[in-house]
Design a protein around this ligand. Structure first.
Ligand code: GDP
Length: 202
């Protein structure tokens, strides 16, 4: 993918604040600190377009970005960060669920998971929800550079078994080395391409 332009459009908490455009949209989700902002920034060849979840403010909202004036990326607020105030933590579920249920142009959810961990209830729930909404999912194991090749493959197997998913659905990625960048883009381009051919999942 040649990224000609990538611009922040707006932050939103409620449905009526979402941008009105109908561009094919891909949302990114993941536990705080999993490397979600680094993933998006790496895909877009930007250093700091997407703010990390440790920065207060914008990251606790749903952030919309327009890419090449052709499609839209959405950075969902990270979940599970211990320092997040309780009130904000409680608002995460309804805010994100509302978005997933209501956003008509949403095609897929990219779920970032740390390769050194294992999926937990939050991940299972999110995957189930995405499936039930007939959205595509792309599962990414982040920070792959932190493990040896052997351990990467072991972890991939564990994730595959726990999530009951096909091997091709789990992509290894490192924002540090850009490993997996092309493969992730291929997956996203396929989803966007299918939608443009009228095969919209919902
Ligand atoms: P977010 O909270 O999910 O948006 O996570 P960030 O993208 O802010 O990353 C959290 C921390 O992990 C930061 O210190 C990053 O530098 C680091 N990090 C993110 N991606 C990678 C990666 O691929 N490899 C390594 N080694 N560190 C990473």
């Amino acid at each position: 993918m040649i990224v000609k332009s990538a611009e922040f459009v707006k932050s939103a908490a409620k449905r009526k604040q979402y941008p009105e455009y109908q561009l094919p949209e891909i949302a990114f989700a993941g536990r705080s600190n999993v490397g979600k902002s680094s993933l998006i920034n790496c895909l877009l060849n930007r250093k700091r377009l997407v703010k990390t979840s440790r920065t207060p403010g914008r990251t606790q909202l749903i952030n919309f970005f327009k890419i090449n004036d052709e499609f839209s990326f959405v950075d969902l607020p990270g979940y599970g960060y211990a320092k997040t105030p309780v009130k904000v933590r409680e608002s995460w579920g309804p805010m994100v669920q509302d978005y997933l249920f209501e956003r008509k142009n949403l095609l897929a959810v990219v779920l970032a998971m740390d390769i050194r961990r294992v999926p937990k209830e939050d991940e299972f729930n999110l995957i189930r929800l995405v499936e039930s909404l007939n959205l595509e999912s792309v599962l990414i194991l982040t920070k792959a550079d932190k493990l040896s090749k052997n351990k990467q493959n072991n972890q991939k197997r564990i994730y595959r078994e726990m999530l009951q998913t096909e091997k091709e659905k789990l992509l290894l990625f490192s924002a540090k080395t850009a490993m997996g960048k092309e493969i992730v883009w291929n997956a996203l381009e396929t989803i966007i391409g299918n939608a443009e051919n009228g095969e919209v999942p919902k």
